[in-house]
Design a protein around this ligand. Structure first.
Ligand code: GDP
Length: 364
């Protein structure tokens, strides 16, 4: 499955957020740097009101949400790219995730700050600098080796060098690799295979105090400016509140949220933003037994969607009976959609749309 890594300096609220995310106490929050050593993975349901609507129409006995993985990655400190703190382990763990959720401390208070002052922009730069140094180090070695190979006629090496040389130039210029991700799909594949730490999409999570949970504060406003300038995403969350909500009964949550001026939890926003960050879409299977949401990379075709459910479905794929979500709702279900001519029989080249309700026909 797809995974987001939660990163940030020590004591910014990563574990608090992660615990709330998984509703477990697996990664214990403590006012001490390096307290979370092993990365912890939690799979979290992606909230999607469309699944509830479909289930109502189809009379489904149950709803199965799609999931997104979150990894709590041990705290990074200045010097990690040179092996300081848990540097090497941190970098190895981050290499394996698909996107980065970068938690920034935007709350004042008693909690020890590893750099001695609360400054989310400086913190973001400290972390990003370590990641850029690590990428720079790896490309300084890889690009010349690729150039050498391509001179002796290695076509794959030549293609890799052509993609990675401009990325190396960006890094030398102090810029993250993600600004150089190519738009051409084949080049993008080469770029992704290089597994650069700063090549992954980033979501900044501004961890604010309770009172600022609805509107943010001056510190989070600065992070939003930074995100905007970088084409990155940002959300405001109060990890402490989220931790509290996670322990509450479902029926008590709405009132608690509205007292704080919120309509949904910050976690719901983080999960959805993480999902969008990864360029994922959701398709549905829907019937009396269950309505189920499935995750698919944007741009995937119908057989790949079938393959998410079962590899046999992909191998034996014949066609997919497909109804757009809006049509399914407007026609009050499959029968109505069929009668209205809104049920399409799609073949192997059909590019799946977000929200498609699908039924696969296949040979076994
Ligand atoms: P990590 O090292 O980044 O994983 O940080 P933790 O989640 O362990 O949090 C460090 C400390 O900050 C803990 O004592 C938390 O209770 C506290 N903390 C986390 N979020 C907030 C917050 O929004 N407000 C305040 N005041 N304290 C927080």
């Amino acid at each position: 499955g797809f995974r987001c890594g939660i990163v940030g300096l020590p004591n910014v609220g990563k574990s608090t957020l992660f615990n709330a995310l998984t509703e477990t106490a697996a990664a214990q929050a403590a006012n001490y740097p390096f307290c979370t050593i092993e990365p912890n993975v939690g799979n979290v349901a992606v909230p999607d009101p469309r699944a509830d609507n479909l289930a109502k129409i189809a009379g489904s006995a149950k709803i199965i949400e799609t999931q997104l993985g979150f990894v709590d990655i041990a705290g990074l400190v200045r010097g990690a790219s040179k092996g300081e703190g848990l540097g090497n382990q941190f970098l190895a763990n981050i290499r394996e995730v698909d996107a980065i959720i970068h938690v920034l401390r935007c709350f004042e208070g008693e909690v020890t700050h590893v750099e001695g002052k609360v400054d989310p922009i400086a913190d973001a730069e400290t972390v990003e600098t370590e990641l850029m140094l690590s990428d720079l180090d790896s490309l300084e070695r890889r690009v010349p080796a690729l150039a050498k190979k391509s001179q002796s006629g290695d076509k794959e090496a030549k293609a890799q060098a052509a993609v990675l040389q401009p990325v190396l130039d960006l890094l030398r210029d102090g810029k993250p690799a993600r600004l150089g991700r190519p738009s051409d799909p084949e080049d993008a594949r080469i770029f992704d295979q290089a597994q650069l730490l700063t090549g992954k999409p980033v979501l900044y999570v501004c961890n604010v105090d309770e009172g600022a949970a609805a509107d943010g504060n001056a510190l989070s406003a600065r992070v939003f400016e930074k995100a905007k300038a970088e084409g990155a995403q940002a959300v405001v969350v109060s990890a402490a509140i989220e931790a509290e909500i996670a322990t509450m009964a479902i029926e008590d949550r709405a009132e608690f949220l509205s007292d704080l001026g919120l309509t949904e939890t910050g976690l719901a926003r983080v999960i959805r933003a993480g999902y969008a960050l990864l360029d994922l879409i959701t398709f549905f299977t829907c019937g009396p037994k269950e309505t189920r949401a499935w995750t698919l990379a944007k741009g995937s075709k119908a057989p790949q969607a079938a393959g998410v459910i079962h590899s046999d479905f992909e191998r034996g794929f014949i066609r997919a009976e497909t109804i757009a979500y809006d049509d399914y709702v407007a026609c009050n279900g499959e029968t109505g959609a069929r009668d209205a001519g809104k049920l399409r029989s799609e073949g192997k080249d059909y590019v799946v749309h977000d929200g498609d309700v699908m039924l696969f026909r296949f040979n076994v």
